[in-house]
Design a protein around this ligand. Structure first.
Ligand code: BG6
Length: 476
């Protein structure tokens, strides 16, 4: 058998993409609420266009999302039926601290997640909790400039103290920041950063990243103090770079692109700023303001495991402008002529998953956890609402085979696998509902119409069989 007996099979979601109930239970407003669907989305999530509140010209899909806030029992029952061993979800910071800087947490928000975790345990599902999945309270953005301010470290620390204590015994797997490297590519969505004209963007981003890295180390420290059983992971938007040609300059470009992402994990896993990053910052005039004790904190509280999302590999070249570009999880890359792509232009590369796993395992020698992978596709239900999503099964089976090879043939230590969007939810990149990843169809469209009814797709039974066989049976 390739996978360990206690392998954590499951699915993943994020609060802002599925909960809705944005103004219920005392919840405050967050950056992720005010990002609309449509052409303004990208300028907003990348911090170029200011959107600090709702206006009547846009539609904001996260307000209701798929209404999991009210329907989580039904949804978790379906996850239980598939045999999930884990369910990755995120906590909405603004349910616990509506403004972010209060002294006392909001009991209603705390109770909501407590009930949700208990519901998971009813089905033998271990929650895997992302502490922040792109969300930052709007109040912290307006008053402090979000993660550009050192004060955010303290507010995040308060959040961690509260949730680690309250959920002790209910949650033992934690991720500090979803796709921490997203701060470089979608800084408003990733870290609440909005830029003024005279901002030195790179300086702001790396200083904010430092604050997140310190906050992540503090979270790891507290998690271990509160409960030695806690396991804390970092989370990388992964996908190794291939050189476009064997030209040494292309190989070097690939290495540099990889390092831009590894930088974060190097700090979280090895506990110090890598030499190449220090040199690069020096060359670019970026100065990281550190406080006394930061270096020691980073060194002493490294993560227990490395989690990552994988949707595609990337291609690097010294002459990107000469070549066709593709889309892929916010990161545009040069198109790989050997790969097919999804309807959204994300290139499909199962072997790239094995390569990425090996790269990460070689580099960090810590257990890995794949916490996102999947195919965003248009699903067309029949008259009974049933979707025959063989394309999704084919995509997942190929990736699972590659993952199995990495474990069985290469010896990578892998704790678990959660598919992205196990139930259809709002797309982070585009705000669409039409881009579906789930085993469960949700009747809702891009404009917010639909009954929100849940219907199992063909892939539901397929994944159930995969889990029951602990990954031995991948056949359709
Ligand atoms: C990851 C995020 O970037 O990719 C998720 O962690 C996101 O929040 C997922 O939904 C898929 O991207 P998209 O743009 O298709 O939703």
């Amino acid at each position: 058998m390739a996978f360990r007996k206690d392998f954590l099979w499951g699915g993943a979601t994020a609060a802002n993409q599925c909960e809705g109930g944005y103004n219920e239970g005392g919840r405050g407003l967050a950056n992720v609420d005010v990002v609309p669907i449509g052409k303004d989305r990208f300028p907003i999530i990348s911090g170029q266009m200011k959107m600090f509140d709702f206006d009547d010209k846009h539609f904001y899909p996260a307000k209701e999302a798929i209404d999991m806030y009210h329907r989580y029992k039904e949804d978790i029952a379906l996850f239980g039926e598939m045999g999930f061993k884990t369910y990755r979800l995120s906590i909405a910071w603004t349910r616990i601290f509506p403004n972010g800087d209060e002294a006392e947490p909001n009991e209603e928000g705390l109770k909501f997640y407590e009930d949700l975790f208990k519901e998971c345990h009813k089905y033998g599902i271990e929650p895997l909790v992302t502490i922040t999945h792109f969300d930052c309270p709007m109040h912290l953005i307006k008053k402090y400039g979000a993660w550009r301010s050192r004060e955010l470290v303290g507010f995040y620390e308060n959040l961690c103290k509260v949730i680690f204590n309250r959920y002790k015994g209910l949650v033992k797997y934690w991720l500090t920041f979803n796709e921490i490297n997203m701060i470089l590519h979608a800084p408003f969505m990733g870290a609440g950063l909005y830029f003024e004209e005279d901002d030195n963007k790179e300086q702001v981003k790396y200083q904010a990243a430092h604050h997140e890295l310190v906050a992540s180390a503090i979270a790891t420290k507290i998690a271990h103090e509160v409960d030695p059983e806690n396991k804390v992971g970092c989370m990388l938007a992964a996908g190794s770079n291939y050189p476009y040609t064997p030209k040494p300059e292309d190989v070097w470009a690939g290495k540099q692109n990889d390092r831009e992402n590894y930088f974060f994990i190097d700090v979280q896993s090895r506990g110090e700023y890598p030499a190449y990053a220090l040199k690069e910052m020096e060359r670019n005039g970026i100065e990281i303001k550190m406080e006394e004790g930061d270096k020691e904190l980073l060194k002493a509280h490294t993560v227990d495991f490395i989690s990552f999302s994988y949707y595609s590999s990337r291609v690097a070249t010294v002459d990107p402008e000469l070549l066709e570009q593709t889309q892929g999880n916010i990161f545009a890359s040069v198109k790989n002529p050997y790969l097919e792509a999804s309807e959204w232009g994300w290139q499909i590369d199962p072997l790239g998953l094995r390569i990425t796993m090996n790269d990460l395992y070689d580099r960090y020698q810590k257990p890995l956890f794949i916490v996102e992978n999947g195919l965003g596709a248009v699903d067309t239900p029949d008259e009974n609402g049933y979707v025959e999503d063989d394309y999704r099964i084919e995509y997942l089976a190929a990736h699972l085979q590659a993952m199995k090879d990495a474990v069985e043939l290469d010896g990578v230590d892998l704790w678990g696998y959660t598919t992205w969007g196990c139930i259809d939810l709002v797309s982070a990149g585009t705000g669409e509902m039409k881009k579906r990843y789930g085993f469960i169809y949700v009747d809702r469209d891009n404009e917010g119409n639909g009954t929100l009814k849940r219907t199992k797709k063909k892939s539901f039974d397929w994944y159930k069989k995969v889990i029951a066989s602990n990954g031995e049976d991948l056949s359709n």
